[in-house]
Design a protein around this ligand. Structure first.
Ligand SMILES: [Zn+2]
Length: 113
């Protein structure tokens, strides 16, 4: 389950950032997760509950911000919605598309006390 190692890295980064800023604890953490990134939000939240114990993020709220899939279609010359990683352009049906959003997995921001 890669959600576990993922959330471990997130906790590590936010705790280190909080420590460097002299924070007593972390209030909340917001993650940007693209819908095409193959990350299961439920599994992520489940792992988070287990991993955050005893850390500065022990009582931090985890918010997951899902980012919709988007791609640039070379044939249409515009940004189109992308439903799957290697999906076709919904307008012209061709596959000359480059994913521009929906694959992200990053810490958007965090609140500390
Ligand atoms: Zn197109």
């Amino acid at each position: 389950m890669h959600e576990m190692s993922l959330i471990e890295s997130v906790i590590e980064i936010v705790c280190e950032t909080a420590r460097l800023n002299g924070a007593r604890r972390i209030k909340s953490v917001r993650l940007d997760i693209g819908v095409l990134s193959h990350v299961d939000s439920d599994a992520l939240l489940f792992c988070y509950e287990a991993v955050r114990r005893g850390t500065l993020a022990g009582r931090a709220k985890l918010e997951i911000n899902r980012i919709a899939g988007e791609a640039w279609c070379l044939d249409c010359g515009k940004t189109v919605a992308l439903q799957e990683r290697f999906g076709a352009c919904p307008d012209c049906g061709r596959h000359r598309v480059q994913m521009t959003a929906g694959d992200e997995l990053k810490i958007r921001d965090m609140e500390v006390i």
